[in-house]
Write a protein that binds this ligand. Sequence first.
Ligand code: GLU
Length: 312
Amino acid sequence: MKSEQSSLFDAVLAAHARYGTAEGGANASYIPFLAGVPSNLAAIAAMTVDGAICAAGDADYAFALESISKVCTLALAMEDVGPDAVREKIGVDPTGLPFNSVMALELHNGKPLSPLVNAGAMATVSLLRASNNEERWQRVLDMQSALAGSPVTLSDEVNKSEQATNFHNRAIAWLLSSADSMFCDPMDACDVYTRQCSTLVTTRQLASMAATLAAQGRSPVTGRQVLKCEHVPCVLAEMTMEGLYERSGDWAYTVGVPAKSGVGGGIMAVVPGVMGLAAFSPPLDDAGNSVRGQLMVADVAKALGLSLFDRR
Ligand code: GLU
């Protein structure tokens, strides 16, 4: 195991050295806070299912979780209403369109198709069991912390920046409501969704979230069973379908591990039974995925032969 861990550490260091300064992409600019995050930041971390962690670069820098939060809320909805209800009410297919596409809704009679696009994520929030919106939010935040194995907190600054500019998402929430695909007050769902995107995590915490999914839902840090082990394959299937937006097929084809990115520059990847990987760097490709993050995770996956589709 010692040599396995040192080869993992070598692969993490090598990926950061190769791609931590790669050119290309631009910070998300439609959320004012994200536009101002230093573009040169870059980090990668890996946590094994035993809880061993290694990292390189700015792995303690806290950045906005953004779309990766959709995985946490999906995990919670699985616990609350079960995988069948998620499949029936939201859908579990890729949209093939951008994460905030209105056209994707129009094409499918208002059904979001995936919990990992904005429409589906807000509908997922609306499925959660809660007697009021603060309880709904607290449960979402608690799930983020439980998956990370350490406290995750809301950034007021990010949240204010997002709440002041989230008109497109509010419109999507009302469209969902008009199509009977919203199961609580649409503005409450949009509010909790916006807050869940505005929490801060470090790359180490993100690797720990991914490691919890790799360890069949049990946090390697706290030992707590955070979600039922039978729900994990459903979450990973969704990450494979839609985790990198309309580039998810390309990612499965070339890298072969379930992953989820966010416009804050984070990306997490899960190697079931083995490890969680995470990377962070703000510049994004035109689909919204971190350019350096993808390169670093793909490099480690290639070096260690992690593709799920290549079991030679
Ligand atoms: N808060 C962002 C939005 O709703 C998250 C998008 C993302 O990371 O894909 O647009």
